[in-house]
Ligand binder design. Structure first.
Ligand SMILES: NC(=O)c1ccc[n+]([C@@H]2O[C@H](COP(=O)([O-])OP(=O)(O)OC[C@H]3O[C@@H](n4cnc5c(N)ncnc54)[C@H](OP(=O)(O)O)[C@@H]3O)[C@@H](O)[C@H]2O)c1
Length: 324
């Protein structure tokens, strides 16, 4: 269709102009997202983390994401205070890190976040009183092993989950933050969950996602509260990563190993106050966003949770059969 000199596109009927405009805006937005994605996940370099201070406190460094992040931070020359519940695992991880990076300084603090939180944080306060803490990584977390309906789980499990995922990061932050306020620099990185962004609900993981929703809101408010103190608060929201928290998962395009994930997570520290650190998780969320209505996502996520539940029940049955 040709447009003559005295006839502009906008003088055409609306049913021709509107789809063309929508197409144009959508294409521009799509191209912009690709550029942004390439910059954030491929080009953008990591920050110099030592500017916050030479030491990092990291919770849950004995397995999964936390362990991989501890290694990654050690490789960047940071000293570590490892906070975990299991003294043997803490000792083993310390030896492994020290073997790879002999120049690193390490301290360990034993706290069971579902048990001796208050006595434990007193030990943490003592352990960090003479060092320059630049960063805190609130990573320790628990979930139920398999997707379950709320009424199927006992109150002790719920209480532990709330203590480890919600109370512990709150209290640990309150212990570490005053050092940062005094120096007017520092960073707190909270590990949230993708279940609190893009998807409207996460059925069969209701309390887990509830605790991570708290972490997201706590981080946003603390970020606004402390940015004028030179303290940066960030909530990182991973989707699935292959760890003890996700039994049965195997690494794939959308599911990284802890080391793959940790490399991206450490590189993102100091940028957006809430972000998806891993590139294919971002693509996964972009796909969710294409869904035209929330109730459809609700249905899809419920179906996915029920499928995982069925598969894990099958696995458990097979295991019992093999043992008997
Ligand atoms: N994996 C995923 O797909 C995924 C997705 C989204 C968000 N996340 C989040 O990522 C974080 C790390 O999880 P992960 O996947 O790496 O799980 P993980 O492999 O099970 O590691 C969890 C860490 O937390 C520690 N921990 C658990 N209970 C504790 C307690 N009562 N007191 C002190 N420490 C305790 C564990 O210690 P032990 O070694 O002694 O068990 C371990 O070091 C969590 O906050 C989780 O919610 C994970």
């Amino acid at each position: 269709m040709e447009i003559s000199a005295d006839e502009t596109l906008l003088s055409r009927p609306w049913w021709i102009v509107l789809p063309l405009l929508v197409g144009f805006v959508t294409t521009i937005r799509f191209l912009f997202s690709i550029l942004q994605w390439t910059y954030v996940y491929v080009i953008r370099p990591g920050k110099n983390l030592a500017k916050y201070g030479q030491w990092v406190v990291i919770t849950g460094p004995t397995d999964g994401i936390g362990k991989a992040m501890a290694f990654e931070l050690a490789r960047k020359g940071m000293n570590l205070v490892l906070v975990g519940r299991n003294p043997e695992k803490l000792f083993k991880v310390s030896c492994q890190i020290k073997a790879e990076i002999p120049s690193i300084e390490l301290r360990t603090v034993v706290i069971d976040f579902s048990g001796d939180l208050i006595e434990g944080v007193a030990r943490l306060r003592e352990a960090i009183k003479d060092i320059d803490i630049g960063m805190l990584i609130n990573n320790a977390g628990v979930s139920q092993i398999n997707p379950k309906f709320f009424h199927e789980i006992d109150e002790i499990t719920w209480a532990n989950m709330v203590n480890v995922n919600l109370l512990a990061p709150t209290i640990v932050t309150s212990v570490v933050l005053p050092c940062m306020v005094r120096k007017r620099r520092g960073a707190v990185i909270n590990v949230g969950s993708g279940s609190t962004v893009v998807i409207p609900s996460y059925p069969l993981y209701s309390v887990y996602t509830g605790t991570k929703g708290y972490i997201k809101h706590l981080s946003e408010s603390l970020h606004a509260e402390y940015k004028n103190f030179g303290i940066f608060i960030q909530c990182q929201v991973p989707s699935y990563v292959v760890t003890n928290l996700t039994p049965g998962l195997k690494p794939s395009f959308f599911i990284p190993t802890p080391s793959q994930y940790a490399r991206s997570a450490v590189r993102c520290i100091g940028y957006e106050s809430q972000l998806i650190p891993y590139w294919s998780h971002f693509l996964e969320y972009a796909l969710y966003k294409l869904c035209p209505a929330e109730f459809i996502l609700d249905k899809l996520v419920l179906k996915a949770s029920l499928r995982i539940r069925m598969r894990s029940a099958k696995r458990a049955k097979e295991k019992t059969r093999r043992l008997s």
